[in-house]
Design a protein around this ligand. Structure first.
Ligand SMILES: Cc1cc2nc3c(=O)[nH]c(=O)nc-3n(C[C@H](O)[C@H](O)[C@H](O)COP(=O)(O)O)c2cc1C
Length: 364
């Protein structure tokens, strides 16, 4: 492996010049203050990845309003100026190590299992989520029953994403990523079994992707053209790993072509295995996003093996790869692969009993 290998070549996503193709996937670590302020430990934790050679760090999902968006206790927010200001030290720490940092904006919707601000959950429809709450984020038992969002609340959510993106820009972030994946609010709109609406946000795939498109457009209007805006998309969910879009490639075409008109600069696809066919024996979700979305794709899922990640980029299916668990175990993975040093196995004990940042992750 040499520094000339494809993952070590630079690329640009809209306004973001990246020194290589290796990025850290968004990972919720519930280590903020109770009222959602980013901490000094978070700055040290995120800076460590930039120091280890990752060109880009995508933050954990961060909530955009002080209403229903928070999903987990001790999750950070960017709804208020106080929350936005608290992120500056994180941004500065990553920049000081030569990395770029994008904030992921996340509305938990029906999957909220801990909210400092509100007690009830909202969702496209009053459908109780499948699965159970996550213990390592302080949850227990079934998810509560959400109530159906009003049209006014849909408007408020769009505004919240836009305002939060403005805060992120003001705090110095290099971009924002709208969380449209993994079972959270926007994905609840996209998913047929959690969206039973009969208005223009429910029914056909085109209707179910509408809110994602409108959120993208609202964020773009807020931040202007010279700021990077992406969206994360998945089939699987934290509470339903194996979900597949019922319309298979027709759905992929409709979703990614719709998102091509949403003012986005990149699509971030996540699958259990980014290189596996999205449906049957066809192309990966990343390849389908590149084909139909016609935007740079960031791919995620089991890419902590150098040759596999490099092949995805070589084929043109992805411009950048993100690593989740591999990055937690190897905060210096880009440097390790460059010098062919051993790669550490991820140990789930790191996230037990809680998924919060551990002392060992703050080391120099
Ligand atoms: C502790 C933990 C927290 C996560 N939190 C988020 C999150 O906030 N937002 C998100 O989009 N994905 C989140 N994910 C999913 C990861 O971004 C990634 O998709 C997943 O770990 C699969 O990638 P990997 O095979 O490289 O680990 C989280 C994953 C882990 C392990």
């Amino acid at each position: 492996m040499t520094e000339q290998s494809i993952l070590h070549t630079p690329t640009t996503i809209h306004t973001m010049a990246l020194k290589n193709r290796m990025a850290v996937a968004p990972m919720t670590r519930t280590s903020a203050s109770a009222d959602g302020l980013a901490t000094d430990d978070m700055a040290r934790y995120y800076a460590r990845f930039a120091r280890g050679g990752y060109a880009l760090v995508i933050t954990e999902g961060t909530y955009p309003d002080l209403l229903h968006s928070q999903g987990y206790l001790y999750q950070p927010g960017i709804a208020s100026t106080a929350q936005a200001d608290a992120w500056r030290k994180v941004v500065d720490a990553v920049h000081a190590e030569g990395g770029k940092i994008v904030m992921q904006l996340m509305h938990a919707g029906a999957l909220s299992q801990g909210n400092h601000w509100r007690g009830d959950n909202i969702a496209p429809s009053a459908v109780q989520p499948v699965g159970t709450q996550m213990g390592f984020y302080r949850g227990e038992g079934p998810y509560p029953f959400p109530r159906e969002m009003t049209r006014d609340e849909i408007g408020q959510v769009k505004e919240a994403f836009a305002t939060a993106a403005g805060h992120a820009r003001a705090a110095g972030f290099d971009g924002v990523e709208i969380h449209g994946a993994n079972g959270y609010l926007l994905d609840q709109f996209l998913t047929s079994y959690t969206n039973e609406r009969t208005d223009q946000y429910g029914g056909s795939t085109l209707n179910r992707v509408r809110l994602l498109v409108e959120v993208g457009q609202a964020v773009r209007r807020q931040v202007g053209d010279d700021f990077t805006v992406g969206m994360r998309i998945s089939q699987g969910k934290v509470n339903d790993y194996e979900h597949k879009w019922a319309g298979a490639e027709d759905d992929a075409k409709c979703i990614f072509e719709s998102l091509a008109g949403a003012g986005l600069d990149y699509l971030h696809t996540t699958e259990y295995d980014a290189a596996a066919p999205a449906f049957g024996d066809g192309e990966s979700l990343a390849a389908l996003a590149a084909r139909y979305g016609r935007l740079p794709v960031i791919a995620n899922g089991q890419l902590g093996e150098y040759d596999k990640a490099a092949a995805l980029v070589e084929r043109g299916d992805a411009a950048v790869v993100t690593l989740g668990k591999t990055a937690l175990a190897n905060p210096d993975w880009p440097q390790r692969v460059a010098r062919a040093a051993p790669i550490a196995e991820f140990d789930y004990a790191l996230l037990q009993p809680l998924a919060n940042i551990k002392e060992s992750e703050l080391a120099a």
